[in-house]
Design a protein around this ligand. Sequence first.
Ligand code: SF4
Length: 232
Amino acid sequence: MPRFIGNYIATGSNPKIVKGDNNVYLTAIQHFLPSDISGHQMCGMEEIAGCRKDCLNTAGRGQSPMVVAARTRKTLEFAEHRPLYDYLIDKDLTKYETFCHRHGLRGAVRMAGTDDRPWHKILDMEAYDLQFYNYTKHYRRAYHPMPKNYHLTLSYSEANKNYAESVLKASKDTGTNIAVVFKGAFPKRFKGLEVIDGTKDDLRFLDPSPCCVALKALGKAKRNTNGFVIAA
Ligand code: SF4
């Protein structure tokens, strides 16, 4: 597949995302340092959802010094040098759009690879001929109108009973899919929803709705016991 490497977004860098790259779609992802690791809060629901210490940031090469340094630079540019970030991310997205067109591909972008910022408010998503998508623990976003090229999947967790109930209610009220990290084999149904295998690719905007997207625990999450990872 053709590789795109921008200042903040890149294709071909994340094994799961690469699985969805084909003759139709190419997906780019951005990675920040999650939670408040950089000194800036990049998530907001990680305590109640119990995902902070077992974040995806701990999976794969996420802990290598080079990767941490790159994520730190990007996070600090976003948080402390916003005009520069805004200028460069617009350049990235514009170039990526052109790159995808040139290769006859539909460009997808996951801005929140390892953060949970409200990207629909940060970017003018509809200005780009790209498909944006994210997972989020901010379940209230499901109730708000979103750009037409933006897809959200709600991240479920049982670390807190109120949080779990609120995610399920938001999913039921709005038809938004939930993503669940399972320990072991995936069940056929979860909380009344059909379960689909979310490990085959990361093209969440193609998922049927409503459904439960099953994910596998990665990194430190493999040893999670606080309810963020669910025993099927
Ligand atoms: S799993 Fe998501 S919300 Fe939780 S700390 Fe990581 S990036 Fe933030």
